[in-house]
Every structure is written in structure tokens, then in C-alpha cells.
Design a protein around this ligand. Structure first.
Ligand SMILES: Cc1cc2nc3c(=O)[nH]c(=O)nc-3n(C[C@H](O)[C@H](O)[C@H](O)COP(=O)(O)OP(=O)(O)OC[C@H]3O[C@@H](n4cnc5c(N)ncnc54)[C@H](O)[C@@H]3O)c2cc1C
Length: 394
């Protein structure tokens, strides 16, 4: 399924495809294909390669380094990136905080953070959630007290993705106590090497170290690191969450995975080399999944063309995209059978070179199944998205 493409669209698609074949680090594509975990440096090299063409900050306004693409070009680019097996960009800098700085940052903030983010000289983390404040984010307690020209920040952030790689973190901080809990929250950025910041790793159920707790113990931060107005950060936090919830569809990656699944199903269920149709029950599961994927793609087109917008777009798409991702990983696990059982370390750089073919399929399948459980939690849980939709339509 495709939007009708003009000759210019086709030329653009060919240019992007050529780039991934000729000018992009091929070792990174290989690792993604194997289901291996990328290092920080792999991500940096990937982002630098994209930026060499001006294709990294695709949602930023042109004046700050965005490519000035139409929504259709962005869609084609995402498709080609996923078809090539290139990793998605780490979103915290370029997708979450970058556009916020472009829109609300001071001249100093734009000068300090935008070029460094664009060139992958700095990586960011998102300090929203706290141990007692996840879905009910506005109840957060990390405190920022004014002391001369500084804030002194104390609290604990948790589930902080890739904080161990980050140079900066943007935090939601309570700078005053107000009657309404959404008031009195500010967005403040701080360097991760500030005295008083410590990072504690959390290892996930897939065996990877992706998450962390970030402890802030009287961290002194200059007032110029406050984005927007003091105490008015809740609106900015929602601006970021809106961009976050739109970024989950990954249609082409799912279609590429589906090709792998079908090929594997033929080998496992029919015997290698057989052209016989798949057994009916598994074929029906694949067909049912594919129909849902087509539906998801239509939903994406509706958002891209502006026929749905607001929470009905962001929250609905988030639910549909993440549940769809989970279903696909379930089919992969079903095909893995007993080979999915052994524990292994996905962090090893070369694990896939010397293991049996069955395990090479099963191990990343299971890891991906486990990690994908988180998709209906992060960025706002499914239940909470349903609440948002209910409030928008009632
Ligand atoms: C892999 C991963 C990466 C993450 N990365 C980051 C990050 O980089 N930065 C960051 O700040 N946070 C991050 N998070 C945290 C994430 O945003 C929170 O986990 C999420 O908001 C849910 O909060 P919670 O975990 O405290 O669960 P809770 O809010 O305690 O929810 C527990 C359960 O109760 C349900 N529930 C809660 N409230 C309601 C309600 N009003 N109505 C109906 N049901 C409700 C939820 O749906 C859920 O099932 C990440 C989480 C994961 C899993």
C-alpha cells in the first residue's frame, strides 16, 4: 500500500535508497539485521551519516537545520530507512527536546544545544517519570529551589532511557507548590556530569541495559537552563509527549519483519525449500496481522494528511501502533518454539556468528518480544491513552 507517488517522489525515494546502500555504515545495517544491540558509538555514527546529508533532524524547521521536507517526503524517508534496516534515531534529543528548543528556547539555548544535538556531539535523556509519578506525571516531586541565579534540584527520576549515554537531561521539576498540580512545574536542562547527578542502571527483562534511575542530589543549575516560563512547563511537557506518541508506527520495519516471518514459517512449518501453502492456522494468523498492519498504515496516512488530529490522532495511533508491534513479536516467538527458551546475552557484539540457525532466529525474536511489552507502557500507557480519548470525545 502506498500513497500515489509523483515522479519527484520516486526520484527522492531512489536517492534515499542509494544513500543507504552506498554512503551509510554497512556494519550497522548488519547488526540491526542480526537483532544485535547497537553501541552508543554505532548510534553516533549512524546519526552523523544521516546529518552528512542534512537528514537527521527531519522534524526541525529549516532555519535550524531541518531538511524542509513535506510530510510525504518524511514518510518516504522513514520507509527507506526501515527497509534498509537502519536504526531509528535516538529520539530524546532530535525528536523530543530539539523541536521544543526550536519553538520555545532562548537565543543562548538555541546556540548552545541545537548545533551540538544536530551533530551528535551531545546525547539527551528525558527526565519525566519518578518512582511515584508515571501515569500521574503531574504529581512529580523533584524539587527546584531558587538560590540567586541558580536552581538547586533534588529528586529521583526513573525509567530514564539511555541516561548512561546522555550528556544532558531535560527534567520536569516542581519549582513552586500550587493548588493545581499541573501548575508550578518547569522544564530545566542540566549536564549529566554536574556534581550531585548519579545514574543507577536498571537491566530490562530482555537482558539489555537501556533503563536507569537518575538521582539528583542538590544539583546546581543556572537559571538560563530553564526552557519557557518558570512554572509553565506542563504545556511544554505535553508538546513533547505529542511528538513522542506520533513516532511509534514503523510500518516499513514491520513489513520487512513480516517478510522474514513468512520465509521462516515456510522453512519451519513446511520444510526448507517447500513451496506449499502454509498450514491454515498459521496462515490465518499472518493474514489477520497483515490486515491490522494495513489498517495502521491507513491511520498514519490520515494523520499525515490532517484528516484526524489532536489526541484522537496521537493517542489512537499510539495504541494501534504499539499493540500491532506486540502482535508481530508474538508470531515470531510462536515460530521459535523451544529455541526461544535458553538465556543468552544480546549485548555481546558477535553472538550471532557462531550459533545455530534456529537460535539465531529465536534469540532476537524472544528479546524483541520481551522488550516490546514496554511499548504499551512508555510514552503513556494504553489505559491512559484511552482516558485521553474518552475525555476528548465526551
Ligand atoms: C522501556 C521504557 C522506557 C521508558 N523511558 C522513559 C524515559 O526515557 N523517560 C521517562 O521519564 N520515563 C520513561 N519511561 C517511563 C514511562 O513513561 C512510565 O513507565 C509510564 O508513564 C507509566 O508509569 P508507571 O510505570 O509509573 O506506571 P503506573 O502509572 O503506576 O501505572 C501502572 C498501571 O496502572 C494503570 N493506570 C495508571 N493510571 C491509570 C488511570 N488513570 N486509568 C487507568 N489505568 C491507569 C496503567 O495503565 C498501568 O497499567 C519508560 C518506561 C519504559 C517501560
Amino acid at each position: 500500500m502506498h500513497l500515489t507517488e509523483t515522479a519527484e517522489d520516486k526520484a527522492f525515494r531512489a536517492e534515499v535508497r542509494r544513500f543507504f546502500v552506498k554512503d551509510y555504515p554497512q556494519d550497522i545495517l548488519r547488526k540491526v539485521r542480526n537483532g544485535q544491540i547497537l553501541t552508543r558509538d554505532d548510534h553516533r555514527r549512524s546519526q552523523v551519516a544521516l546529518q552528512s546529508r542534512g537528514w537527521f533532524a527531519v522534524t526541525w524547521p529549516k532555519e535550524y537545520g531541518g531538511p524542509g521536507w513535506t510530510p510525504r517526503q518524511r514518510y518516504i524517508f522513514d520507509e527507506e530507512l526501515e527497509i534498509a534496516n537502519a536504526p531509528g534515531v535516538i529520539p530524546m534529543g532530535v525528536i523530543y527536546i530539539g523541536p521544543l528548543i526550536c519553538e520555545y528556547g532562548t537565543a543562548w539555548q538555541k546556540e548552545t544545544w541545537l548545533p551540538a544535538t544536530l551533530n551528535s556531539e551531545i546525547f539527551w535523556a528525558q527526565g519525566y517519570s519518578e518512582p511515584e509519578s508515571g501515569s500521574d506525571l503531574a504529581s512529580l516531586r523533584t524539587k527546584g529551589e531558587r538560590d540567586g541565579d541558580d536552581y538547586v534540584i533534588t529528586g529521583r527520576k526513573t525509567w530514564t532511557s539511555q541516561a548512561h549515554w546522555a550528556d544532558w537531561i531535560f527534567c520536569l521539576v516542581r519549582t513552586s507548590q500550587e493548588a493545581r498540580k499541573q501548575d508550578g512545574i518547569s522544564v530545566i536542562c542540566l549536564p549529566m556530569d554536574s556534581p550531585g547527578v548519579s545514574v543507577e542502571p536498571i537491566v530490562g527483562i530482555d537482558g539489555s541495559h537501556y533503563l536507569n534511575s537518575v538521582v539528583l542530589d542538590q544539583v546546581r543549575v543556572p537559571r538560563r537552563n530553564l526552557i519557557g516560563e518558570e512554572g509553565k512547563g506542563w504545556g511544554l511537557a505535553k508538546f513533547i509527549l505529542g511528538n513522542e506518541r506520533l513516532s511509534y508506527a514503523h510500518i516499513s520495519r514491520k513489513r520487512e519483519d513480516l517478510k522474514i516471518l513468512k520465509a521462516r514459517a515456510r522453512d519451519v512449518l513446511n520444510g526448507r525449500g517447500s513451496n506449499a501453502p502454509l498450514p491454515e492456522d498459521f496462515a490465518a494468523k499472518i493474514a489477520s496481522y497483515e490486515i491490522e498492519l494495513d489498517h495502521l498504515e491507513i491511520s498514519v496516512f490520515r494523520v499525515l494528511t490532517g484528516s484526524i488530529e489532536g489526541p484522537l490522532a496521537t493517542s489512537r495511533l499510539k495504541i494501534e501502533a504499539t499493540e500491532n508491534a506486540q502482535k508481530l513479536t508474538e508470531l515470531f516467538v510462536e515460530l521459535s518454539g523451544y529455541d526461544g527458551l535458553p538465556a543468552y546475552d544480546r549485548r555481546q557484539d558477535d553472538w550471532s556468528d557462531d550459533i545455530r540457525e534456529e537460535a539465531r532466529f529465536a534469540q532476537p525474536s524472544v528479546a524483541s518480544y520481551l522488550f516490546t511489552r514496554a511499548q504499551t507502557i512508555y510514552g503513556g500507557t494504553t489505559e491512559v491513552q484511552k482516558d485521553i480519548i474518552a475525555k476528548a470525545v465526551c
